[in-house]
Design a protein around this ligand. Structure first.
Ligand SMILES: [Mg+2]
Length: 204
C-alpha cells in the first residue's frame, strides 16, 4: 500500500544554479565571450540530459566547440561549479527526515548529478530518485512521471511534488500529484502547505 511521499525537483528547488559562472570561466579558457559561449551547447545539452550522449562525449564536444584550452577534467569542473544549496529547504527537509520517504525527480546529467550528490548535505535527506539521463526521458513529458510512480511505488494522490517550472507542475497535477510550484521567495508558503498536507496524511 503506497504511503505518503515527498518528491522533489532539484534545480532552483534544493540547489540554486547560475550558468553565467561557467560562462565566465569558459570564456577565460577559449576565444568566445561569456555572453555567447553557452549557446555552443544548445543542441548537445538535450541529448546529454536524456542519456543519448555520455560524459566523455559531452566533454569532448564541449571542448571542440569552444576551442577550450585546458584538460577534460578542468572542463568538467567548470561545467559543475555552478550550484549553491538552498539553506531554508535544507532546514525544512531536515525536520522531516525519518517521518516520510523523500525522493528526487530531475532533468539532469551524470556530471552534474555526481557533483551535487557529493557536494551538498541536503541530498542526505533523500532515499532515491529518478533522473532524466538514466530514465531516457525528461520532464515535462508524462513518461518520466509514470516511470517514477512505478519505480518508487508512489500513489500520486499521496505524493507531494515540488518543482519550480510551471510546465512540470502542470504535468504532475494532471497525473494526480499534489503539487507545489516553488520559488525561493515562496519558501514560507511551501512550509505552511507542507505542514497542512502532512497533518492531513496523519504525519504529525
Ligand atoms: Mg528545477
Amino acid at each position: 500500500m503506497p504511503q505518503p511521499v515527498l518528491l522533489s525537483d532539484i534545480g532552483k528547488v534544493l540547489i540554486d544554479f547560475d550558468f553565467s559562472i561557467a560562462a565566465r570561466r569558459l570564456a577565460e579558457h577559449c576565444d568566445h565571450p561569456a555572453e555567447t559561449v553557452l549557446t555552443l551547447f544548445d543542441d548537445i545539452k538535450g541529448p546529454y540530459e536524456v542519456g543519448d550522449m555520455d560524459d566523455v562525449e559531452f566533454v569532448r564536444q564541449g571542448m571542440v566547440r569552444t576551442g577550450f584550452r585546458g584538460s577534460p577534467a578542468e572542463f568538467a569542473v567548470i561545467w559543475c561549479e555552478i550550484f549553491a544549496q538552498n539553506e531554508p529547504m535544507h532546514a525544512t527537509l531536515g525536520a522531516l527526515a525519518g517521518r516520510l520517504p523523500m525522493h528526487l525527480l530531475s532533468n539532469t546529467n551524470e556530471l552534474h548529478k555526481g557533483y551535487f550528490l557529493r557536494e551538498f548535505a541536503i541530498f542526505q535527506h533523500f532515499q532515491g530518485g529518478v533522473y532524466s539521463h538514466t530514465a531516457r526521458c525528461a520532464k515535462p513529458g508524462d513518461e518520466i512521471f509514470l516511470k517514477t510512480a512505478e519505480q518508487l511505488d508512489l500513489d500520486p494522490a499521496r505524493t507531494f511534488y515540488i518543482d519550480d517550472l510551471e510546465a512540470n507542475i502542470a504535468t504532475a497535477a494532471r497525473l494526480g500529484f499534489r503539487t507545489f510550484h516553488y520559488s525561493f521567495e515562496k519558501h514560507s508558503q511551501l512550509q505552511a502547505e507542507l505542514d497542512e498536507w502532512l497533518a492531513a496524511q496523519g504525519i504529525g
